[in-house]
Write a protein that binds this ligand. Structure first.
Ligand code: CDP
Length: 253
C-alpha cells in the first residue's frame, strides 16, 4: 500500500491526506505536552481515548445541528474529517475561573463566572498563543465580522451542549478550547468546529469531589492522566461497560 502523505504533525495529532479530496485522516498520538511543549511525556493509550471522546462529542454536536468536521472513526487512533481552512484562533469558553484567567485577573480557581466568557488567542506557538481582542482579529484580517458572529454562536452552542452532557455524568465543564475552520462552497464559506474536543482541551472537575479529570492532571502532576481520561470515557459510556471505575481518593483542586 502506498504510504499516505503526511500533511502536518502537531503536538498531539498527525494529519494525513484523506482518501477523497476535501478529507483528512486525523491520527491521535499518545504524546502529552504542556506549557507550550516545555513539559512532555508519552501517556500510553491517551490517543485511543481522545479519538473516541472527540468522536463522541463531535457526533453529538452534529446530532443537535452544530456543524463540525467529523465524518467517521476509522480505527482505534484515526478518524476521517473534512479538511478546513483553520481560523488562526484558539476560542476559549469559560464557565468558572481557572488557569490563565485566574492568574491574569487574580480570581480564585473555581469561582463561577456571572456568564460564559469567550476569549480569543492567536494560534502561534512561537508567541505562546497570546490573548487577542476582536480589534486585533479585525485589523489583521484573521476573521471577518461575520466569521466572528458565527464563531461566537458556535462556541456558545458547544458550551451549552458540553456543559449538559458533562453535568449528566457528574462532571463540571470549567472551560474548554475549540478551533474552527472554513469550508468553501463556491464564493461562499461557512464555519465549522474542527480539531478535537477531548480532556486535552477542556477542564473537567468532578462535581462532588472537585477531582480533576483533564490535562491539568499532567500539567500539575496530580496523578495518572490515563486514569482520569478513562474515567471520563467510562462515565460517558464511551468505553466498554466493564471498565472498572477509577477510585482515586486524592486530587482535589
Ligand atoms: O491551560 P492553560 O492554563 O495554559 O490556559 P487557559 O487559557 O486557562 O486554558 C483554557 C482552556 O483552554 C483549558 O481547558 C485548556 O486546556 C484549553 N486550552 C487548550 O486546549 N489549548 C491551548 N493552547 C490553550 C488552552
Amino acid at each position: 500500500m502506498a504510504r499516505r502523505k503526511k500533511i502536518y504533525e502537531g503536538k498531539a495529532k498527525i494529519l494525513y491526506e484523506g482518501p477523497e479530496p476535501g478529507t483528512i485522516v486525523q491520527y491521535f498520538k499518545d504524546d502529552a505536552t504542556a506549557f507550550n511543549a516545555e513539559k512532555k511525556a508519552v501517556i500510553e493509550g491517551k490517543g485511543v481515548l481522545n479519538n473516541r471522546l472527540s468522536e463522541f462529542f463531535m457526533t453529538g454536536l452534529g446530532q443537535i445541528g452544530v456543524p463540525n468536521h467529523f465524518i467517521k472513526r476509522l480505527n482505534m487512533r484515526e478518524q476521517l474529517v473534512r479538511s478546513v481552512e483553520i481560523v488562526p484562533l484558539e476560542v476559549i469558553v469559560r464557565n468558572y475561573a481557572a488557569g490563565t484567567m485566574s492568574k491574569r485577573l487574580g480570581i480564585e480557581e473555581g469561582t463561577q463566572l456571572p456568564r460564559p466568557i469567550v476569549e480569543y488567542c492567536y494560534k502561534d506557538d512561537s508567541l505562546g498563543d497570546p490573548l487577542v481582542t476582536e480589534e486585533h482579529i479585525a485589523a489583521f484580517g484573521w476573521a471577518s465580522q461575520q466569521d466572528m458572529d458565527d464563531i461566537l454562536s458556535l462556541a456558545l452552542r458547544v458550551n451549552d451542549f458540553l456543559s449538559g452532557v458533562m453535568m449528566a455524568v457528574g462532571i463540571r465543564l470549567v472551560d474548554f478550547k475549540i478551533e474552527v475552520g472554513r469550508v468553501f462552497d463556491g464564493d461562499f464559506h461557512r464555519l465549522i468546529v474542527a480539531d478535537e474536543i477531548s480532556p486535552d482541551s477542556c477542564r473537567l472537575w468532578d462535581i462532588e469531589t472537585g477531582q480533576k479529570l483533564d490535562k491539568d492532571v499532567f500539567r500539575r502532576d496530580l496523578g495518572d492522566l490515563k486514569d482520569a481520561y478513562t474515567e471520563v470515557a467510562r462515565r460517558l459510556g464511551v468505553m466498554p461497560k466493564n471498565t472498572p471505575p477509577v477510585t482515586k481518593p486524592t486530587l482535589i483542586n
